[in-house]
Design a protein around this ligand. Structure first.
Ligand code: HEM
Ligand code: HEM
Ligand SMILES: *[C@@H]1O[C@H](CO)[C@@H](O)[C@H](O)[C@H]1NC(C)=O
Ligand SMILES: *[C@@H]1O[C@H](CO)[C@@H](O)[C@H](O)[C@H]1NC(C)=O
Ligand SMILES: *[C@@H]1O[C@H](CO)[C@@H](O)[C@H](O)[C@H]1NC(C)=O
Length: 423
């Protein structure tokens, strides 16, 4: 016999302790350690805990038999007067309107107020102030306090969950704001992080019930990348190819397939990114980013026009061709500017990983702009030198390309053969 029974029980104890500590770690890992220990102190050893999308932390303990829900919500409130809200929404969706909320208010004199509020549609419209009132939710001992160690403001409460709340799909909503006037919390910010602060989750497992919320994160990432690469990188690269490598100052032999390739790839990737944006806008039906959306529709419309123009442009000998070229080029440059604007606009919506996105795109812009400026300066130097020497400026090689039925779009076509390209 290798092991005696005492060995067995020793090993068994070890395994059990190990498994228990693993499970504690994996539970605790969903929250910061300090907050998790607070959850265990305040709402019991079997309390569960998770981080919420916008940086708040949430602990709860649910007893199925009595339908008693104990919660502890914690978040930073950085402003001098500010507020933290948490509540339940009995409606079909997790959203602001209809929420029965508990709100902690940090007042100017340093004291904390703790109240119950009905968040109605007219509050969202700004028609009525949000003031304390009775709510049809049986909340006992709501308690607001500060966790000095981690600088969190917390609301603790115990709720008898009415039957209309579905415990496997409970809509809860939270929010923080930077301003309050007495017991009245003022409007919060309107960044993505403020809009992500509602979800439906299962009280027994802690899992987020909506499939959409998880997909949304991945789609946002894809949306940003497709748009930056498509609209933000390939399209401008194609324009640079057409402007500087057509004939002057560089007579690149392969500029034309390169240009068309860039525009087609850029446009296709961009359209995919745009479609993802529309999907994102569609699933987040309680809010919109208006400027970003309108600008995006503008970009799609005019970029499509530019692409169609390739087929519809006037004949080469047509006298309208001159004007057409001007229009096509002007629209092209205007689009590039609007695209850059909307990319920054999209990035500013994010708030959380904003810095990384912004510096990533800044690198792309810096490279494109320096190529652009380099070519521009070089063009003018060449132009001036050639004129001094009285040389002829090399002819555009557009002709042989165009006769093949292909379709150049860049600057430097027949209109200004004797001039450096100008927009
Ligand atoms: C020119 C490029 C872009 C276009 C054409 C575009 C297009 C769109 C469209 C149509 C929407 C839906 C708006 C709504 O209905 O509310 C949207 C939403 C959004 N876009 Fe963009 N976008 C672009 C660039 C970016 C970039 C670079 C980022 C960030 C890295 C970004 C981040 C977002 C976010 C976070 C949303 C909201 C997602 C949500 O509602 O959950 N966008 N975009
Ligand atoms: C103090 C008064 C408040 C005002 C004036 C207000 C106003 C607004 C507005 C105008 C929007 C939509 C913005 C857009 O679509 O562009 C919004 C969204 C939102 N608010 Fe408030 N809000 C207030 C308080 C609260 C409170 C106390 C909570 C949490 C209990 C909250 C949670 C949310 C959430 C989760 C959204 C995302 C969209 C939605 O679910 O409808 N708000 N708020
Ligand atoms: C919770 O209690 C209800 C009845 O009170 C019962 O039908 C249900 O199966 C219980 N759920 C769990 C997960 O224990
Ligand atoms: C509660 O939500 C679950 C999961 O979404 C669903 O299957 C169930 O039908 C809902 N129950 C009630 C009473 O609405
Ligand atoms: C602090 O201000 C709130 C309202 O703004 C008031 O209700 C409370 O009594 C004040 N507390 C002290 C200690 O002055």
């Amino acid at each position: 016999m290798l092991f005696s029974s005492s060995h067995y029980s020793c090993i068994l104890t070890f395994v059990v302790v190990f498994a228990l500590s693993l499970s504690t770690i994996s539970l605790a890992a969903d929250c910061s350690r300090a907050f998790y220990s607070e959850v265990q102190n305040l709402i019991g050893k079997i309390g569960r805990c998770k981080k919420l999308a916008s940086g708040a932390e949430f602990g709860w303990n649910y007893t199925n038999q009595t339908r008693q829900l104990k919660v502890l919500i914690g978040a930073r409130v950085e402003a001098e007067t500010g507020w933290l809200a948490w509540g339940l929404n009995p409606g079909p969706e997790p959203q602001m309107v209809g929420t029965r909320a508990l709100i902690l208010i940090k007042t100017a004199n340093g004291s904390l107020l703790c109240g119950k509020y009905n968040v109605t549609a007219s509050v969202k419209l700004g028609c009525t102030p949000l003031l304390p009132s009775d709510i049809d939710l049986n909340v006992t001992s709501p308690n607001c306090s500060v966790l000095g160690k981690i600088g969190y403001y917390t609301i603790q409460a115990s709720i008898n969950l009415p039957m209309i709340y579905n415990v496997s799909r409970l809509n809860h909503v939270w929010q923080t704001g930077d301003a309050a006037d007495g017991a009245e919390p003022k409007m919060h910010h309107t960044s993505l992080r403020n809009f992500d602060s509602a979800e439906a989750f299962d009280l027994n497992t802690g899992k987020v019930a909506s499939f959409v919320m998880e997909k949304r994160q991945q789609m946002r990432l894809a949306h940003g990348i497709f748009n930056i690469v498509g609209w933000g990188t390939f399209l401008p690269a194609g324009v640079i190819a057409a402007r500087y490598f057509k004939s002057f100052p560089f007579a690149g032999r392969h500029w034309f397939p390169f240009h068309v390739g860039c525009q087609i790839i850029g446009y296709s990737l961009g359209v995919v990114g745009w479609g993802l944006g529309l999907w994102l806008g569609h699933v987040s039906k309680y809010y919109t980013f208006r400027t970003h959306r309108i600008t995006a529709i503008f970009i799609f419309t005019f970029a499509t026009l530019q692409m169609l123009a390739l087929r519809l442009k006037p004949e080469k000998r047509d006298e309208y061709r001159k004007h057409w070229n001007k229009y096509h080029h002007f629209l092209g440059y205007a689009l590039l500017v609007v695209i850059a604007y909307n990319i920054f606009k999209g990035i500013s919506v994010l708030r959380q990983e904003e810095k990384a996105w912004r510096s990533g795109y800044a690198v792309v812009i810096a490279v494109l702009v320096s190529i652009f400026l380099g070519c521009e300066v070089y063009t003018w130097i060449r132009f001036c030198c050639l004129r001094k020497k009285g040389d002829k400026i090399p002819k555009n090689n557009e002709k042989d390309q165009d006769d093949k039925g292909l379709i150049p779009t860049g600057v430097g076509s027949s209109t200004h053969r004797q001039n450096p390209p100008s927009s």
